[in-house]
Design a protein around this ligand. Structure first.
Ligand code: IPM
Ligand code: MN
Length: 360
């Protein structure tokens, strides 16, 4: 298969981790006789610094032409505590999601057996956790009208959803549940929010199309509590944009490091793959950032194009690295493995996996 991949590695540790994914995708292409080409463009703070725009037209054009986008991270502390900043790096990512129509953000969360004691949560609580969060990504409060009064003492953000916006992401979540443990949990705040009541109504009406899926509902405050009390009760979670943002960071604690969590953002036409972590400015250039979230996002890219064996090979290699504690300091404080070391171990495993299987 020929794939033209647009690479937006962005800010902070984005380039370091994305480079490891490129290395892994290149190893996969060699092994399975595919041709993957990579073309880079700027996004985020680095794009603001160079062009004044967090999503320059050239970058958007690349994403519109490419078969898929591999995204690193964006953000720079110089914008975070400056409420007066007119342009922010995050606007680049939000504008890109909107422009590409990436309405579904898929975030798998799982507890790896060898990492059970890395999580601050107790082992018996997180054991066997295997969740996929379907987060709506182009609607809700993120994209509603914003206002700030002239005197700067009042502000508002509008949260709105349409039936169509809810249905298209809900169909994907129902289908995912069908291929898994057949349980779908809608997380909302239907006791307070009108938009949440619409979500419940629309999703409930769809349930008859998926009779094998058990649908239940949870208020987001309770869901946040359940996520740390009993996370293995969840199979597929469906939720709106902001709730999904928050509970997926919370859920990342289960895996032992946010540096493990991958995501795919999917629309009708385009797809983008990114780790859920941010640009981790304190770690930039130190070679300590965990590349696994980015590498697992690359595996989701392979899945997206039906390259299932290839994706499985990447996941096997990642699991081997984790089992052998070939991990960056977030997971192995004494191991001394760098971002590059972890990437190279995974690359070597992919290159030699057949020989390894013969030997075992
Ligand atoms: C994420 C990030 C983004 C979001 C930010 C960077 C705009 O936190 O992908 O989860 O809030 O969606
Ligand atoms: Mn987030």
């Amino acid at each position: 298969m020929n794939l033209h991949i647009g690479v937006l590695s962005g800010d902070g540790i984005g380039p370091e981790v994305t480079n490891q994914s490129i290395k892994i995708l290149t190893a996969i292409a060699d092994k399975y006789q595919h041709t993957f080409t990579f073309q880079h463009e700027l996004v985020g703070a680095i794009a603001i610094d160079e062009t004044g725009n967090p999503l320059p037209q050239k970058t958007l054009n690349l994403c519109l032409e490419a078969d898929a986008v591999l995204f690193g991270a964006i953000g720079n502390p110089k914008y975070d505590n400056n409420p007066a900043a007119k342009v922010r790096p995050e606007q680049g990512l939000l504008a890109l999601r909107k422009a590409l129509g990436l309405f579904a953000n898929i975030r798998p969360v799982k507890a790896y057996d060898t990492l059970l004691d890395k999580s601050p949560l107790k082992k018996h609580i997180i054991q066997d956790t295997d969740i996929v969060i379907y987060r709506e990504l182009t609607g809700g409060i993120y994209f509603g009208e914003k206002t700030l009064s002239e005197d700067g003492t009042a502000a508002s953000d509008l949260c709105s959803y349409s039936k169509t916006e809810i249905e298209r992401v809900a169909h994907l979540a129902f289908k995912a549940a069908q291929s898994r443990r057949k349980k779908l949990t809608l997380v909302d705040k239907a006791n307070v929010l009108e938009t949440s009541r619409l979500w419940r109504k629309v999703v409930t009406a769809m349930a008859s199309q998926y009779p094998d899926v058990e649908l239940d509902f949870l208020f987001v405050d309770n869901a946040a509590m359940q996520m740390v009390l009993n996370p293995s009760q969840f199979d597929v979670i469906l939720t709106e944009n902001m709730f999904g943002d928050i509970i997926s960071d919370e859920a990342s604690v289960i895996g032992g490091s946010i540096g493990l969590l991958a995501s795919a953002s999917i629309g009708e036409k385009y797809a983008l793959f990114e780790p859920i972590h941010g640009s981790y400015p304190q770690a930039t250039g130190k070679g300590i950032a965990n590349p696994i979230a980015s590498i697992l996002s690359a595996a989701m890219l392979l899945d997206h194009f039906g390259l299932l064996e290839e994706a499985e090979t990447v996941r096997d290699a990642v699991e081997r690295a984790i089992d052998l504690e070939i991990c960056t300091p977030d997971l192995n404080a004494h191991g001394g493995y760098s971002t590059e070391n972890v990437g190279t171990f995974i690359e070597d495993f992919i290159e030699n996996v057949d020989a390894l299987h013969i030997n075992t």
